[in-house]
Design a protein around this ligand. Structure first.
Ligand SMILES: [Fe+2]
Ligand SMILES: [Fe+2]
Length: 258
């Protein structure tokens, strides 16, 4: 089974890049299952109802979110009712939406869940390590896939080792920069520290570079707006899962600059 996972889709250039590349890759690589991180799809912050519907039209099976999950108000119109959107599992209190979803794909139960890191992130979140242990005990599945939405390489790598052999795919998101460390861990887990962003190449992790440079150089306070001009990048991974052993057997990165 081949799973395509697309990193944080950022605003207009991200949507255009996804539309240009996903269909082609799905056909060429004979992809069975598509996961997209959509936390930045609407103007860089959150996912509105229109963009949720648009992602489904692109053939997405599961959408993951992140720290921007609830930035678009219209997400409350549907997030409690749908089973293909996953926000971080480890919120400290009751939260709208779900932290995981289990999909039956040709008789194989695939559970996709998301954890948010704590290092240099929102410290209110519950421990992602303990929360994952709890989830794995409570939710029975053939294949587990985790979007670990976190800032630091160290927390992500430690998480990879902690759940190697228990979670078949652990992919990092949130930093918007693809790391060059995709590999299969010893117990058959496909791991990458960050899938990278699908969006503007010429901004600063998606944001208009003029706004960011003004902050650093002049102490400016302009509002963050997405970079809407220039080149794009499409960042994704393809993971192969052996349907008999349920182990990951291959992971490769895709990084298209255009
Ligand atoms: Fe993001
Ligand atoms: Fe994020």
């Amino acid at each position: 089974m081949k799973i395509l996972i697309v990193g944080d889709v950022f605003s207009k250039l991200g949507r255009e890049s996804l539309e240009r590349n996903v269909k082609k890759i799905k056909e060429q690589e004979k992809i069975n299952f598509l996961i997209v991180n959509g936390e930045n799809i609407s103007h860089g912050k959150g996912m509105n109802e229109g963009h949720y519907k648009w992602l489904l039209e692109q053939g997405v099976n599961v959408i993951t979110l992140g720290n921007h999950s609830f930035n678009q108000k219209s997400i409350y119109n549907f997030i409690d009712d749908v089973s293909n959107v996953v926000r971080p599992y480890n919120y400290p209190k009751e939260e709208h939406g779900k932290g995981y979803t289990t999909v039956n794909y040709n008789g194989t139960k695939i559970t996709v869940f998301q954890m948010m890191g704590k290092v240099l992130m929102d410290n209110e979140m519950l421990c992602p390590f303990q929360s994952t242990k709890k989830l794995l005990e409570e939710v029975k599945s053939d294949v587990y896939i985790c979007d670990f939405h976190a800032e630091t390489t160290s927390e992500k790598i430690a998480f990879g080792y902690a759940f190697s052999g228990k979670v078949q795919i652990i992919f990092g998101t949130h930093t918007h920069v693809q790391t060059n460390d995709a590999r299969i861990l010893e117990e058959g887990t496909a791991y990458i520290t960050d899938v990278g962003m699908t969006g503007p190449l010429d901004g600063v992790i998606g944001v208009d570079k003029g706004v960011i440079l003004d902050r650093y150089l002049n102490g400016g306070k302009m509002r963050f707006t997405p970079q809407e001009t220039g080149k794009s990048q499409f960042c994704a991974i393809i993971v192969e899962i052996d349907e008999n052993t349920k182990k990951a057997t291959g992971i490769k990165t895709i990084n298209i600059k255009e």
